[in-house]
Ligand binder design. Structure first.
Ligand code: EPZ
Length: 418
């Protein structure tokens, strides 16, 4: 198992490009299945999850070529409708292929995506919506068998929770369905608007993406196009935490401040100077970090759950007591015990974490248990006294493009070792 070796105490400073967004690239790759001809995705992050999505497209009879940050997909005549079990297990978000496969081929077989590091990951909202659009779905022995012989039909879909994945799956199922689909209580995350931007450029008729009501008028065919993946707002938040804990300063090119409107005030309360420009974000820390009261994760435009762990790493070094409430996932504090091993003073009770800031953290042997928790441990290690051995880098590689190279270029002493 590969690990990062991090020597703390180095300031993170300089200029860096925001990577392409993992949580946009994955649904965009699924969406490419819907379009005849060639789709070219630029600014696609080089991540293990992206490569897994490309392997799924290959299993479905699409041609998929990865050249650096450009992924080309040809989906003239997809001949498969089964997502292999090992790929479903490797990447739970493969469920987003369900809507695209039903929309394009009318059938889909995939294993039930189990829970993951964050706790149970139900898909009841996805299945209820697709059934309402005419899909016959049976769940037997962990397998989902879905088909809609006469094609999907538009429907009114009221989501009981603004689920990102369920919103994406319904959009992907609706663009080629007969009739109009209206999604109410839709997720409003920027990745939803990015997905709509691609689909509309392919010829889809979508309005309201980014709001809580999305209207999709089914069309007969979509044609592939060229599209640039939006910047990864969570990777930007991670870099902000790295600058905050090390007392550094960063200019993050390509960052879209409007995507992290709930995060910037938290870092300003912590004592950072955050300066937003149209195409970049500048952050500096000009006084000791201060506690921020309570941070509650919420659906967009609230504080993003994916930035919870890395922000907590910064709060661990902030003078005073901060509280973090994780309202989205059941089990998203697995990084806490490892932060405590580094000297942090954090107590959790259910979905609430109480962080008593300390003056310093200490390097230790720690283990990532999930993607964002792993990134939080890397952030903490940057500021810790001494050496940290961070295991479970495979989780970090799912969502961060060569994190060690990115941080090294900004002054960190971090190496990858097997
Ligand atoms: C997406 O996951 C992201 N993943 C997650 O990022 C992110 O944390 C999450 O949205 C919330 O923003 C991708 O985009 C690939 P949800 P998703 O459906 O779609 C419950 C990361 O670190 N729910 O909005 O799975 C669910 O259990 C990852 O980059 C149901 O109950 O999130 C959870 O509690 C982690 N039934 C809540 O809704 C359903 O049918 C949010 O889930 C679906 C979801």
């Amino acid at each position: 198992m590969q690990k990062f070796i991090i020597e703390g105490g180095k300031r993170i400073r300089g200029e860096v490009d925001a990577q392409g967004a993992k949580n946009s690239a994955l649904p965009l790759l699924a969406a490419a299945l819907l379009a005849r001809g060639e789709t070219v995705l630029y600014n696609c992050p080089r991540l293990s999850d992206v490569y897994a999505a490309c392997r799924i497209l290959g299993c479905l009879g699409c041609e998929c070529r990865v050249l650096g940050n450009t992924v080309t997909v040809r989906a003239d005549d997809p001949c498969g409708c089964c997502v292999p079990d090992e790929l479903m297990r490797e990447m739970r978000s493969s469920i987003v292929f369900l809507g695209a496969l039903l929309g394009r081929t009318g059938e889909c077989y995939l294993s039930f995506p189990g829970g993951c590091e964050l706790g149970p990951r139900p898909i009841d909202l996805h299945l209820a919506a697709l059934r309402k659009m005419g899909a016959a779905i049976t769940e037997t022995h962990g397998m989902l068998r879905c088909c809609c012989a006469g094609g999907l039909r538009g429907a009114g879909i009221q989501l009981s929770f603004p689920s990102v994945g369920a919103t994406e799956n319904v959009m992907l199922a609706a663009v080629l369905a007969q009739g109009t689909t209206v999604i109410t209580n839709a997720a409003r995350e920027p990745e939803i608007a990015d997905l709509a931007g691609y689909l509309v450029r392919c010829g889809a008729k979508i309005s309201g993406a980014g709001s809580d009501t999305i209207i999709i008028e089914g069309v007969s065919q979509l044609r592939g196009c060229e599209y640039t993946v939006m910047p990864d707002r969570i990777a930007v938040c991670t870099l902000m935490s790295a600058a905050a804990v090390t007392g550094g300063e960063l200019s993050i090119r390509g960052a879209r401040p409007q995507d992290i409107g709930a995060v910037i005030p938290v870092f300003e309360q912590m004592g950072c100077g955050v300066y937003a420009y149209s195409d970049r974000l500048f952050i500096t820390r000009n006084r000791p970090l201060a506690a921020v009261g309570t941070v509650r994760t919420m659906p967009y435009p609230g504080f993003p759950t994916d930035a919870q762990a890395t922000t907590m790493a910064a709060l661990a070094l902030a003078r005073g007591t901060s509280i973090v409430v994780e309202n989205i996932f059941e089990n998203r504090f697995r990084h806490v015990d490892e932060l405590v091993r580094m000297g942090a003073q954090i107590k959790t009770e259910g979905r609430v974490a109480v962080i008593d800031g300390v003056n310093r953290l200490y390097g230790a042997k720690v283990q990532a248990a999930d993607l964002r928790g792993g990134a939080a441990l890397a952030v903490a290690a940057l500021a810790a006294e001494g050496t940290t051995e961070l295991g479970g880098v495979k989780y970090i590689d799912r969502g961060y493009e060569e994190l060690e190279r990115c941080l090294s270029a900004l002054g960190a002493d971090i190496t990858r070792s097997s």
